[in-house]
Design a protein around this ligand. Structure first.
Ligand code: SAM
Length: 222
């Protein structure tokens, strides 16, 4: 018996809709063996990211927060053979593990893993004229999430989709007096998403194998 009912439900949903996958299992094993924390998205969340990118007909994807490349592989699966994905990671060891996982998954030619603090690599992407990206997935340090949303918008185009992970934080998001800088970062990011006229956004609470959390979803309208 697992720890919570939602662990059991996630196992049931994954068994029926997101069957075990050698490539992704190998990526998770290699990440664990290399000492990376198990803070990747759940399989059913990864599949949702893939389906969202497919719904958008994405040809270019930007990810902020690579870890071992687990969500990267899910997103890359939505791309056509000439698609492109840029993923940003500050920890060189994480990036090294991710590159190996992404190559094993067959996406070495489609995926560009950039090492550095995302605020700097985003600036560099803008300077080199990268984008527009059809999908932006934000899953890195929560304190800088408002800036990542602003950068995502700058590097997107009308119709692009921006997804922000971990926006509920066990319900702490509703505590306006929270002193947790990660909660405060997400609160500011949600305000950016609400106030920015070029974004139409919502957010959804989730429970599952990753606990009680949620994601925000925005469409770029102009
Ligand atoms: N998206 C990944 C997945 O689901 O497989 C999980 C990403 S993990 C939650 C967050 C990652 O962001 C970590 O690997 C961390 O090193 C990286 N990170 C933290 N701060 C960062 C920053 N300022 N710039 C770029 N990456 C950062």
């Amino acid at each position: 018996m697992s720890q919570t009912p939602w662990d059991d439900v996630d196992a049931y949903l994954c068994e029926h809709l997101v069957p075990s996958d050698d490539v992704l299992d190998a990526a998770l094993k290699a990440s664990a063996d290399a000492g990376l924390p198990a803070i990747h998205v759940a399989p059913n969340q990864g599949k949702m990211l893939q389906l969202l990118a497919q719904l958008r007909g994405a040809r270019s994807i930007l990810e902020v927060g690579t870890l071992g490349g687990y969500s990267t592989i899910w997103l890359a699966r939505a791309l056509p053979p000439d698609g492109h994905l840029v993923t940003l990671e500050s920890e060189p060891h994480h990036a090294e593990v991710a590159r190996a996982n992404i190559a094993r998954a067959g996406f070495a030619d489609l995926v560009d893993v950039r090492i550095g603090a995302a605020l700097e690599t985003l600036e560099a992407l803008a300077t080199e004229g990268a984008g527009p990206f059809d999908v932006v997935f934000i899953d890195a340090d929560k304190e800088n999430t408002p800036e990542y949303v602003r950068w995502g918008l700058k590097l997107a185009c009308a119709g692009s989709v921006i997804v922000v992970d971990n926006v509920v934080r066990r319900g702490e998001i509703a505590d306006e007096s929270s002193s947790d800088p990660r909660v405060q970062g997400i609160q500011r990011a949600l305000r950016v998403m609400a106030d920015e006229p070029a974004l139409d956004a919502t957010a959804v609470q989730t429970v599952g194998s990753k606990g009680y959390d949620g994601f925000a979803l925005a469409v770029v309208t102009a």
